[in-house]
Design a protein around this ligand. Structure first.
Ligand code: ATP
Ligand code: MG
Length: 395
């Protein structure tokens, strides 16, 4: 019996003018994910079909669960579009299914089919009741919706419906640069940005020797875990030691973090222009710490005109943790390695910084060459979802 995976795009279908591009991007992403399997992918503007080898089904579904842009999918049986073949297929398949209540839904997109949907539903229901014992119809709360889709070239029959990740296919939006620390929030922010279709590159600011190589390794592991949801992710590692030491030396204590973050944003903007990225993304959450009060965000954001996306801005920490656990970054994020933000934390960071004071603090030292130098000396690695040992030589 031939089976096929039927993929529905959901949100994509609202993007009228761009549908072709969206569908092509999704098809390419799926092809990438399924490159180890022998599959045939075909699509139209509302759905996609994947033919596969039965032995690979579970592995293929595992991969599909990692692809943004898939709203839902079904594993469907297929047969020729004639009444006898459909009834035979129902007879053959229904006994293998486990359910006690059901309803039949018939979708007849081939309008030349001799009978109408409302005539067909009772016929198919009858076949099911005849071939399976101890079951009954429940139109309101059925355990299983038996769906028969009559298309021009074939009929699809399915008893299941799986939810996909939703969102838009990665690459359907241009690139965005995400500030990725080793914390809990920024990997979640990265995941959510990818869900909107943004192609991600990650940026990690490190302050060796104040931060360790283990801290870098942790970020690489996080990128590797996040790359499951796309194909590869580039990670830019920015040497931040000199800038941080200059800030520490020159800036008044309570403004150290504010100025440090203004420097990070400046570097992000420069790098974004160099890498043709259109947004800065980070894991800031309103009110979480002194540098994330609205006052702080206002003066920090002031250094750039680029859109700064903060996908977790309005989530509670517990909500963020919940997502981090689901996407498998939580366990890595809670490893206790210091971040460059935590190394130089003053006792009482300002919570209502003013722009005026920031400018005064920044006038105390020459930083523009340092910013250029940090970018010039940055290292870039491309990370795939494979064993972290492959990146050992970079550590
Ligand atoms: P936590 O989950 O503990 O809050 P965090 O990574 O969110 O960790 P914050 O100090 O809250 O850390 O920083 C806010 C945001 O700034 C981060 O989510 C991240 O996007 C960015 N950021 C902070 N430190 C770095 C860093 N060393 N490299 C890159 N981005 C950073
Ligand atoms: Mg945070």
């Amino acid at each position: 019996m031939e089976r096929v995976i039927l993929i529905k795009y959901g949100e994509l279908t609202t993007k009228k003018g761009n549908r072709n591009f969206f569908v092509k991007t999704l098809a390419n992403n799926i092809k990438y994910k399924l490159q180890d399997y022998s599959v045939t992918i075909s699509s139209d503007l509302s759905r996609m079909y994947i033919s596969f080898n039965e032995k690979d089904l579970n592995k293929i579904l595992e991969q599909l669960n990692l692809v943004f842009g898939i709203h839902s999918y079904h594993v469907a049986y297929s047969c020729p579009s004639d009444l006898q073949s459909i009834c035979d297929l129902l007879t053959e398949t229904v006994e293998k299914e486990h359910f006690e209540t059901f309803k039949v839904v018939v979708k007849r997109s081939d309008k030349t089919f001799p009978k109408k949907s409302n005539e067909l539903a009772p016929i198919f229901g009858g076949v099911i009741l005849k071939n399976k014992k101890n079951i009954k119809v429940d139109v309101h709360h059925p355990e299983v919706v038996v769906t028969v889709e009559i298309l021009k070239d074939r009929t699809l029959l399915y008893y299941n419906a799986y939810q996909g990740l939703g969102g838009y296919p990665v690459g359907s939006q241009p690139k965005g640069l995400v500030m990725l620390s080793g914390g809990i929030d920024s990997p979640v922010a990265t995941f959510l940005a990818m869900k909107r279709g943004i192609k991600i590159e990650a940026v990690y600011f490190e302050s060796i020797p104040h931060t360790s190589l283990e801290a870098r390794e942790k970020v690489i592991t996080l990128v590797r875990k996040l790359s499951k949801y796309t194909n590869t992710i580039k990670l830019h590692i920015i040497p931040f030691t000199e800038i941080q030491e200059e800030i520490y030396k020159n800036v008044k204590d309570d403004y150290v973090i504010t100025i440090m973050r203004r420097m990070m944003y400046r570097i992000m903007e420069k790098l974004a222009k160099k890498e043709h990225a259109y947004a800065i993304i980070n894991g800031e959450s309103v009110g979480q710490v002194a540098s994330q009060t609205l006052h702080s965000m206002y003066v920090i954001n002031e250094v750039t005109n680029m859109p700064v996306l903060r996908p977790v801005a309005c989530l509670d920490k517990l909500e963020i943790i919940d997502i981090a656990k689901k996407i498998d970054t939580y366990e890595t994020s809670i490893l206790p390695y210091e971040d460059c933000c935590t190394v130089f934390v003053p006792k009482h960071p300002v919570i209502n910084p003013t722009l005026d004071q920031c400018l005064k603090e920044e006038a105390k030292f020459e930083f523009s060459n340092l910013l250029e130098k940090a970018i010039y000396e940055s290292k870039t690695i491309t990370i795939k979802n494979q064993d972290v040992n492959e990146y050992q030589e970079l550590l």
